[in-house]
Design a protein around this ligand. Structure first.
Ligand SMILES: Cc1cc2nc3c(=O)[nH]c(=O)nc-3n(C[C@H](O)[C@H](O)[C@H](O)COP(=O)(O)O)c2cc1C
Ligand SMILES: Nc1ncnc2c1ncn2[C@@H]1O[C@H](COP(=O)(O)OP(=O)(O)OP(=O)(O)O)[C@@H](O)[C@H]1O
Length: 319
């Protein structure tokens, strides 16, 4: 997959029979993967190449800069890494701006799509919208087919177990701690990447050391508070773990959301290392306990449940 970070870089390319699509593609979920698969099949049949265009920063971040509640499933680097795996020939990342967002659908089609891509075919999902106030849709594109000498193909909505797949729905599922649903719709396990930082060192006292994680991207969506079964990658090595997300109401704390993970069968110093946590399933809600003993007993119970979940996953993979 060739990556271009501006339209200028992309213009120099001569791409045969471009088959193109556009979108935010936050999460690169199974609905998105379905589109890329159909594009690749079709491009092959006409000796063409696929071009996926996405926008950075995410359009909603640019249009509503004060809305800090809008979080993303995939910051740009994660999005690129996921797209790399999906048989796409060219990825164009358009720097999104207010100016870009002001284009009417007509301008968008004429001075952007036709001018820069000269597409053979535009393939988009059933509900795609573009241009100022999202007022352009597949019918608008169809009106320009003759003028622009391109074809328009509408792709049907892909569902999983009769569930609608959308980035919005996956964000909601994660906010509601429904990791299983989110993972099903994503087609992979939702992950958090971050650096191990120093905590309050209480973990050692209660027999459960935790790696405290700082997530570098402020826009990354952190799932709802609670305890989760997780796989943890340290230096490429995979460990079983239990993840805690919460304000630690049982111990003296600053009230900030902490992200900590206890790794099973692990006793190394990993301060400042980068680790990846793959969420598997929700175990229980965050709770306030009266004593460290009670907290410890509950974490022991979490351990049992978590190991059962993760051992079950291993068995699934082997069978
Ligand atoms: C599996 C697990 C479950 C936890 N559950 C709770 C909880 O219900 N309530 C709470 O206040 N803290 C909970 N914690 C957080 C502990 O309070 C925290 O790990 C401990 O205070 C150590 O913090 P430190 O790493 O800053 O030393 C949990 C931690 C883990 C690993
Ligand atoms: N489940 C799906 N099946 C088929 N196409 C889809 C599906 N979900 C999204 N698309 C299409 O993928 C393209 C990019 O979608 P985009 O990322 O903007 O939307 P989304 O995943 O529905 O996110 P949001 O929930 O934020 O609207 C669009 O053409 C859209 O119609």
């Amino acid at each position: 997959m060739k990556i271009y970070r501006s339209i200028q870089a992309f213009r120099k390319e001569h791409i045969p029979h471009p088959v193109i699509t556009f979108g935010s593609f936050d999460g690169v979920h199974r609905g998105h993967a379905f589109i890329f698969e159909k594009m690749a099949e079709y491009a092959q049949s006409i000796n063409g190449e696929t071009i996926v265009t996405t926008f950075h920063p995410h359009p909603r971040k640019v249009i509503y800069p004060n809305d800090k509640s809008m979080k993303l499933l995939t910051p740009i680097d994660e999005k690129i890494a996921l797209l790399q795996k999906l048989n796409i020939d060219h990825l164009l990342i358009i720097p999104f701006s207010i100016e870009f967002s002001q284009m009417s659908p007509k301008e968008y089609i004429e001075s952007f799509i036709i001018r820069y891509y000269k597409p053979h075919t535009v393939m988009i999902g059933y509900d795609h919208r573009f241009g100022l106030n999202r007022s352009g849709d597949i019918n608008t594109l169809r009106m320009y087919q003759d003028e622009g000498e391109f074809l328009v193909t509408e792709l049907p909505q892909k569902k999983i177990e009769s569930m609608k797949i959308s980035s919005t729905r996956i964000r909601q599922a994660l906010n509601n701690k429904n990791v299983s649903e989110a993972n099903k719709l994503l087609g992979y396990s939702y992950r958090l990447k971050g650096q191990v930082i120093h905590g309050k060192k209480i973990g050692g006292q209660i027999g459960f050391k935790t790696a405290n994680i700082a997530i570098n991207d402020p826009d990354k969506l952190i799932p709802g508070t609670g305890i989760y079964a997780a796989w943890v990658y340290v230096h490429g090595q995979k460990y079983q773990g239990m993840l805690y997300i919460g304000t630690k109401p049982s111990v003296p704390s600053d009230g900030e959301i902490a992200i900590e993970v206890h790794l099973f069968d692990f006793n190394k110093d990993i301060y400042h290392e980068e680790i990846i946590i793959e969420l598997v399933a929700f175990v229980r809600k965050d709770a306030t306990f009266e004593s460290l003993e009670e907290l410890t007993q509950n974490i022991q119970a979490d351990q049992e449940k978590t190991l059962k979940i993760l051992d079950g996953e291993k068995a699934d993979i082997q069978s």
